[in-house]
Design a protein around this ligand. Structure first.
Ligand SMILES: [Zn+2]
Ligand SMILES: [Zn+2]
Length: 538
């Protein structure tokens, strides 16, 4: 059997044959959006897809994943040009080149990174989710990509209402920068004490990232130079301009144009701290800039730990780490080692003794950047043997979100996450939005048989008027998402943006208070992607 590498729909890849160097030749500027392509390592099959890719003029190649052979006659037909010089976007990253992999083509700078900074981490955190820094695989097809030719967007998007997931910028040291507002849409991570002295902490995949501008990088880069790039391709400077003066006249996105008319962002000490959204064009998908690398979790994520304060962080080398902390004054530590093959052993030490947990790295199919559907499929078979009854369908006294937790818990881990709620909003939209304009009109939600037969579909149908917050007669995806995420927040006791089993169980037994009763709303299973029925009137 040959090794197959399967790439899925959302994975866009860029073909740039080694032999072509970084020539600026036939690129047609479109990334190749491949639809479930299968390449085989012996380069013989799937010639149609291959040709399509080559015709688009790109190559990528993460050697272990895809390999496309170029026939020599094809090569000869490609105009040879001089090697493209290094883009200026690469300059700040060069300062950290010893730990980064920098590549570029006509469109993007690719920054390969393990996401671990050189500086200490974690110390100073007073609101801790018990996650720790682990190196990530932001390399190859999972590298960061910064547009080299940023384009102003006709409708700049605000990070106050968008991009609560994933990174919105990349620091010069290869550490991602996330929205300073957490994925619950309201917690300011800095003000909440979640960040260490360097403006970072770890996500649910034990992935370290900043949430505010890493001004301290100026110690290495120099003042008045970019310390990061927003994912729309515009640079982010510190508090100062290249001429040494303090930045002023910033717009709502924390940016402005220089005297040459070039736009850039600045860091600020108060919100938005970094780019407050995107002046330039980006694609938002599932609440994050798309595409972007994925972090890989080795263990299930943990809940917030009340009373914790991180006091120390040591890394003996790149494989051995220790986080020291106190919980209500009691000293504890977690030390962890990365073993052969990437297994991670955690030792949780306190006065009672040591508890050890070891996690094998998750195997991924087709490279680190997985399509969400595939991920769902992968995780579906490790459903925990949950205890307690799941919520029953359509029960009136429970909050809607609790009654439908099971359907919303797409990956079956017992937790309802913001991501899952937004994915279901996407599904419902697909089912309703006949004309595909991204908005739901009265006609689309209220006509007979309209919409998906899922609980969320039923809810949208029954409560359409409550969604339309701006009163324009249409429901936007954002409006729908906001309402369902509000449901999450009503039950989300520790404000981490997701509903744990405990929170769901507790909400079930809690009296519902003064909230009005929901009506019964449809009884579909909710998990199936609603088929789009595209009946258009002529
Ligand atoms: Zn974070
Ligand atoms: Zn400026």
């Amino acid at each position: 059997m040959k090794t197959k590498t399967i790439l899925s729909t959302s994975l866009s890849f860029f073909i740039t044959a080694q032999a072509w160097g970084h020539d600026d030749h036939i690129h047609t500027s479109e990334n190749v959006q491949a639809t479930t392509n299968i390449f085989e390592k012996d380069h013989t099959t799937n010639n149609v897809e291959k040709t399509k890719l080559l015709d688009s003029g790109y190559r990528l190649l993460h050697e272990e994943q895809i390999f496309v052979k170029l026939e020599s006659d094809r090569l000869n037909s490609i105009p040879k040009k001089t090697k493209q010089s290094e883009p200026k976007t690469a300059v700040p990253f060069r300062v950290f080149e010893d730990k980064l992999e920098l590549e570029w083509d006509n469109e993007f700078l690719y920054v390969g990174s393990n996401g671990m900074p050189d500086h200490q981490m974690m110390v100073g955190i007073t609101a801790w989710q018990q996650q720790v820094p682990l190196p990530q695989q932001y390399f190859g097809s999972n590298a960061w990509q910064i547009p080299l030719k940023p384009t102003p967007s006709p409708n700049p998007m605000s990070a106050k209402a968008h991009f609560f997931r994933g990174a919105i910028a990349l620091a010069a040291n290869g550490v991602p920068i996330f929205n300073p507002i957490k994925n619950n849409g309201r917690t300011d991570t800095l003000l909440a004490g979640e960040l260490d002295k360097w403006g970072g902490h770890c996500g649910r995949g034990d992935d370290y990232h900043y949430h505010v501008a890493p001004i301290h990088l100026e110690d290495r880069i120099g003042r008045g130079k970019p310390i990061a790039y927003a994912l729309d391709g515009y640079p982010i400077y510190g508090y100062f301009e290249p001429d040494g003066s303090l930045a002023k006249g910033l717009d709502w996105l924390n940016g402005h144009k220089d005297s040459f008319g070039n736009y850039h962002y600045h860091a600020t000490k108060d919100y938005p701290y970094i780019n407050g959204g995107f002046y330039g064009k980006v694609v938002e998908k599932d609440g994050q800039v798309d595409p972007q690398p994925r972090a890989q979790a080795v263990r299930p994520s943990l809940p917030g730990l009340k009373g914790a304060r991180i006091t120390g962080f040591e890394s003996a080398d790149s494989k051995n780490f220790k986080v020291s902390y106190e919980v209500f004054g009691k000293k504890k530590e977690v030390n962890y080692q990365i073993g052969e093959e990437g297994a991670v052993t955690f030792n949780f030490v306190d006065s009672a003794g040591t508890k050890t947990e070891t996690y094998e790295p998750k195997k991924s199919v087709g490279g680190p950047r997985l399509e969400s559907k595939k991920e769902k499929g992968m995780q579906a078979n490790k459903k925990p043997s949950g205890r307690g009854k799941g919520p029953r369908e359509g029960e009136a006294r429970k909050p809607w979100i609790v009654a439908h937790a099971k359907e919303l818990d797409i990956n079956g881990d017992g937790v309802v996450s913001t991501k899952e709620v937004n994915a279901e909003v996407d599904n419902a939209f697909t089912g309703f939005d006949q004309n595909n304009d991204g908005f739901l009109s009265d006609n689309e939600t209220q006509s007979r048989g309209a919409g998906p037969k899922s609980p969320m579909g039923g809810f949208i149908k029954g409560h359409a008027s409550e969604f339309d917050r701006d009163g324009d007669g249409l429901i936007s995806k954002n409006e729908a998402s906001l309402l369902f995420l509000r449901f999450v927040r009503q039950v989300d006791q520790n404000n981490d943006g997701e509903l744990s089993k405990k929170e769901l169980v507790e909400a079930e037994s809690r009296p519902k208070g003064d909230k009005k009763k929901e009506k019964k709303d449809g009884k579909g299973k909710g998990k199936k992607e609603p088929k789009k029925t595209n009946k258009k009137n002529k």
